[in-house]
Design a protein around this ligand. Structure first.
Ligand SMILES: Nc1nc2c(ncn2[C@@H]2O[C@H](COP(=O)(O)OP(=O)(O)OP(=O)(O)O)[C@@H](O)[C@H]2O)c(=O)[nH]1
Length: 398
């Protein structure tokens, strides 16, 4: 009898120590950025070539998807401290980024904003001038319905205004553009931790849209805002994609859960969310493989990734990453993705590389899904929360 009691006591103590270690490890990972005063990271490490060197943290091996099989072995989180001689990046806060990055919209600004202002400031606007305004808006991918609305309102307002004054016309244009950008839409990112679990964000889109980059940039935004993050590399098609994501994470001390190349993406996503729960992080960001919206099998697979994750946690945000340079095709993609996984927000990337900034308007109007973030460059912090008024001002310039 005595022996049994001792054995039970030993098991209980071992369990408590185990749980303590896990929680402690999680807590440490949640505050990786704390106390870092050095401004930038000294990465890559000397001699580190990611294409040939395996990641410092051994990849997490994930069992084949077994949605039923919830008892997968615990995942090892990477060390909480940067390696000797390294410091983590300290990303700037996200607030006000759109204003700081406004010059990146130069191409849209010169073709859309300046084009419209030039015509509007003509002394007496003729029918040809109004047609020119209409064409400018359509060429910038604003879409037919929004173009009609803007032109009608500009006609009325400019008559009321009856002035060639540049400042007044600029203000008129900014407010009409803001109006079609949906200033009242809720653009908050659901990345706040719930009482008992992390926020879960799924990032989806076609190949090359900028999903992995966006995941990395969002992780930086969250770390910059003082949150703890875990990344899930559910793009198992390309090992390079998981490496890329891991590198983004490493720069700000965020761990990545990954699986074997060619493994089941749903399994990796599931494992990432489970690890995030165990480690008490604020948010888990899951990157998925690029897929053509026309490939039914791949769209089904995406639906499965979401369903499997939902076995253990609601998915709070499904972000569709759209490449702004693909124009109206983005709207078609968005429709199909929304049917597969109920998209809650759009990230419009590569707005720095297009003159068609008006795509923001058509995506939102045709889908009723808010653009929440915009990508304005390849730099690590070139992702900005979307703000209609600041965007309209950046387009008009001046
Ligand atoms: N100029 C610019 N380039 C961007 C932006 N966002 C992403 N990119 C670039 O787009 C390219 C593709 O980005 P990825 O993040 O690898 O795209 P992905 O969607 O994960 O690609 P797949 O995994 O192949 O589907 C990279 O060269 C990025 O640097 C942006 O806002 N502006």
């Amino acid at each position: 009898m005595e022996f049994v009691i001792i054995a039970v006591a030993v098991v209980v103590v071992a369990l408590l120590v185990g749980v303590g270690l896990l929680v402690g490890r999680g807590r440490r990972t949640t505050r990786l950025d704390e106390g870092t005063t050095a401004p930038t990271l000294t990465r890559p490490r000397p001699g580190d070539d990611r294409s040939t060197t395996p990641p410092t943290t051994p990849p997490t091996t994930v069992p084949p998807v077994g949605t039923e099989d919830l008892a997968v072995p615990p995942v090892q989180l990477p060390p909480a401290e940067p390696e000797p001689g390294l410091t983590f990046d300290v990303p700037p806060p996200s607030a006000g980024r759109l204003v700081r990055l406004r010059s990146r919209l130069a191409r849209s600004q010169s073709s859309l904003g300046r084009g419209l202002l030039t015509v509007l400031s003509r002394e007496k606007l003729t029918e040809d001038d109004w047609e020119e305004i209409e064409e400018t808006l359509l060429a910038a991918d604003v879409g037919v319905a929004a173009t009609t609305q803007i032109v009608q309102r500009l006609r009325t307002q400019s008559m009321v205004l009856a002035t060639g004054d540049g400042t007044a016309l600029r203000e008129l244009l900014v407010s009409e553009l803001t109006a079609v950008l949906g200033p009242d839409l809720d653009r908050s990112l659901a990345t706040d931790r719930e009482l008992d679990r992390p926020a879960v964000v799924l990032v989806v889109g076609v190949n090359g849209a900028g999903k992995t980059t966006t995941c990395g940039k969002i992780a930086r935004v969250l770390v910059g805002d003082g949150r703890s993050v875990l990344l899930g590399a559910a793009d198992t098609f390309r090992a390079a994609a998981a490496d890329q994501l891991e590198t983004w994470g490493e720069r700000v001390g965020v761990p990545t859960v990954r699986g074997p190349e060619g493994g089941d993406p749903a399994s990796v996503a599931f494992d990432a969310v489970r690890t995030g729960r165990e480690a008490d992080v604020d948010a888990v960001l899951v990157d998925t493989a690029g897929r053509l919206h026309t490939k039914l099998g791949l769209m089904d697979e995406l639906g499965k990734v979401k369903r499997v994750v939902e076995k253990q946690s609601p998915v709070d945000e499904v972000l569709l990453v759209l490449d702004a340079t693909t124009g109206q095709n983005g709207v078609v993609q968005a429709r199909v993705f929304t049917e597969a996984v109920a998209v809650t927000g759009v990230v419009l990337t590569k707005l720095d590389g297009t003159a068609k900034g008006g795509i923001v308007v058509s995506v939102q109007r045709e889908l009723g899904i808010p653009v929440k973030l915009v990508g304005l460059g390849e730099g690590a912090d070139d992702l900005a929360p979307f703000e209609p008024r600041a965007f309209a001002e950046a387009l008009v310039g001046g």
